[in-house]
Design a protein around this ligand. Structure first.
Ligand code: AMP
Length: 536
């Protein structure tokens, strides 16, 4: 067989050639804008030529700090298809982490949404590699900014070359993208996606038994384009000629429901928090969402009750997927096999609440106390994965050795596997808290708390939250001599300058001691039980 490279360039060229009339609907700061794939392809080529003029060369990293909109989608292809690396940066991270990420990745240019400007301005003096800032705004004039040198995205596009030639000669193993994932402690860890990995992952998204993305669909990725490439949906939509609806900045459940209704969306993807919000909206107002083929839910376990309400009350099917930044992300998806069609509704729901079976191309093993676990739905072990869209290391990071061993990625997720091969996530070996689809490191919060002069020890645990899935609660033991003088308010003031606002614990509880394991580690399971009553 021939050895032709698997490159993202094939995706955009296919969209331009076969689907020039198909539409991209983009909600931006000034309202809904519409582009055909033909117009979008031209704008993307113009952007690529402009970036080249700014000095971006093969292998250079270009960072984006942006919501889901057409400009971000242009960057998604202009950057990798000209040989550079698309580095999507999570705009919800703390300034310290963003600054670390940009420097660690060695970003040369940053493309920034105007509402993210204050974040970048606050760290501009720390950025050691950035040579140019480009503001992605609808407004004709650039907003006032202290960043320099600064360019207007639309001016660059207007001056760019609409017939710029994308690279077709790249090595398929060359980096195309990059994304950082939060660590249990310390700085985020970078993952590089190759062209080959992304192409194969995208192909998998088109399989009927995974996401089945098709030309006939209208896709609305709610999951941010700065978080694992919006689970790969933008790539799939472009390659398969799918109409896309990009929900833009600061969307609400109402905005999402309206977009779904008006644009006749057939598939959408997001974390449980998003769907819980949508559910509330559907309970208050009437919408016609009959076009929806399914909602893809992942990032945290999809609550069974939520799936049931969507499916039975609103007739909206759910698909439950599992994956992580290191895995592009999709690896597993819940399914009912053909011979399970006669299962009861409740049994089918049980299946859907699991994270499902492995996608083709991938391999998994689940390592328990005594080697690989039995597929009995009971024995627990850590999930390890390998395959062409699973990362093989963290970018310039010693923590690679902790997660990547003997050619496998150890996910840190503890699972059971049933007789049909469906995995069920039981727990995480890492003690991260997942709030609204984003990570909060309990260890970082604990370290900060324990640096307070009045605090003897502190443990931060996740408590279930209807809206956010999980929220942090801090359990604090004060030093004897300070017991009377330290207040909650004072601790919050102490934490505030160190963390993004949404990282701050919802509650600070004062305890006499924190339960510990035999080796002196905080026994978080026991702690969660202990505080259950206190936080009701
Ligand atoms: P991230 O790298 O931020 O996408 O987070 C990946 C982590 O999210 C995984 O290691 C799991 O702990 C968790 N996760 C993802 N999908 C699911 C799911 N469907 N159910 C439970 N946990 C999930």
């Amino acid at each position: 067989m021939m050895q032709t490279p698997l490159l993202l360039t094939q995706m955009i060229e296919r969209a331009e050639k076969y689907f020039p009339k198909k539409e991209i609907v983009s909600r931006t700061e000034s309202g809904i804008q519409r582009f055909t794939y033909k117009q979008w392809g031209e704008r993307t080529r113009r952007l690529a030529s402009a970036l080249e003029k700014l000095g971006v060369r093969e292998g250079d990293k270009v960072g984006t700090l942006a919501w889901n909109h057409h400009r971000h989608l242009e960057a998604y292809f202009a950057i990798p298809c000209s040989g550079a690396v698309l580095h999507t940066i999570n705009i919800r991270l703390s300034p310290q982490h963003v600054s670390y990420i940009v420097n660690n990745a060695e970003d040369k240019v940053l493309l920034i949404d105007s509402d993210v400007l204050p974040l970048v301005e606050s760290i501009k003096d720390e950025l050691t590699t950035v040579k140019a800032f480009v503001i992605m705004t609808d407004k004709e004039k650039l907003p006032e900014t202290t960043l320099t040198p600064v360019y207007h995205y639309e001016e660059l596009v207007a001056e760019g070359d609409p017939s710029f030639a994308f690279r077709t000669d790249l090595d398929e193993n060359a980096p195309a993208g990059m994304c950082y994932t939060s660590a249990t402690t310390g700085n985020p860890k970078g993952v590089i996606y190759s062209h080959r990995g992304t192409v194969l992952h995208t192909m998998a998204l088109g399989l009927v038994d995974t996401a089945g993305v098709s030309e006939k669909d209208t896709a609305l990725p709610v999951v941010p384009m700065f978080h694992v490439n919006a689970w790969g949906l933008p790539f799939a939509a472009v390659w398969f000629g799918t109409k896309q609806v990009l929900p833009g900045p600061y969307f609400t459940p109402k905005i999402l429901a309206e977009l779904m209704q008006e644009e006749k969306v057939t598939i959408s993807a997001g974390v449980p928090t998003i769907w819980l919000g949508l559910l509330k909206e559907l309970e208050q107002n009437k919408y016609d969402l009959s076009s929806l083929r399914y909602l893809l839910c992942g990032g945290s376990a999809a609550p069974r009750g939520m799936i049931k309400t969507f499916e039975e009350k609103y007739n909206i099917p759910f698909r439950h997927g599992y994956g992580m930044t290191e895995t592009s992300p999709l690896t597993n998806i819940s399914t009912t096999k053909s011979y399970q069609e006669n299962l009861s509704k409740e049994e089918k729901l049980d299946l859907k609440a699991k994270q499902g079976i492995l996608a083709p191309c991938l391999e998994m093993k689940v390592i328990g106390k005594e080697g690989e676990v039995k597929w009995d739905g009971k024995e627990m072990g850590e999930l390890a994965l390998r395959g062409p869209w699973i990362a093989s290391e963290y970018f310039k990071d010693e923590r690679t050795k902790d997660a990547f061993r003997d050619g496998w990625l150890y996910t840190g997720d503890v699972v059971t596997v049933d007789e049909e091969g469906n995995i069920k996530i039981v727990d995480r070996t890492k003690d991260l808290i997942k709030s609204g689809g984003e990570w909060i490191s309990s260890v970082d919060l604990e370290n900060a708390l324990m640096a307070h002069e009045g605090i003897f020890e502190a443990a931060v645990v996740a408590v279930p939250s209807e809206q956010w899935q999980e929220r942090p609660v801090a359990c604090v033991v004060l030093k004897d001599e300070m017991k009377e003088s330290v207040t909650k308010e004072e601790i919050y003031e102490f934490l505030k300058p160190q963390f993004a606002k949404w990282w701050l614990p919802d509650e600070i509880l004062f305890l006499n001691e924190i339960p510990k394991t035999s080796v002196g580690k905080f026994l978080k399971r026991a702690l969660r039980e202990e505080i259950k009553e206190k936080i009701k």
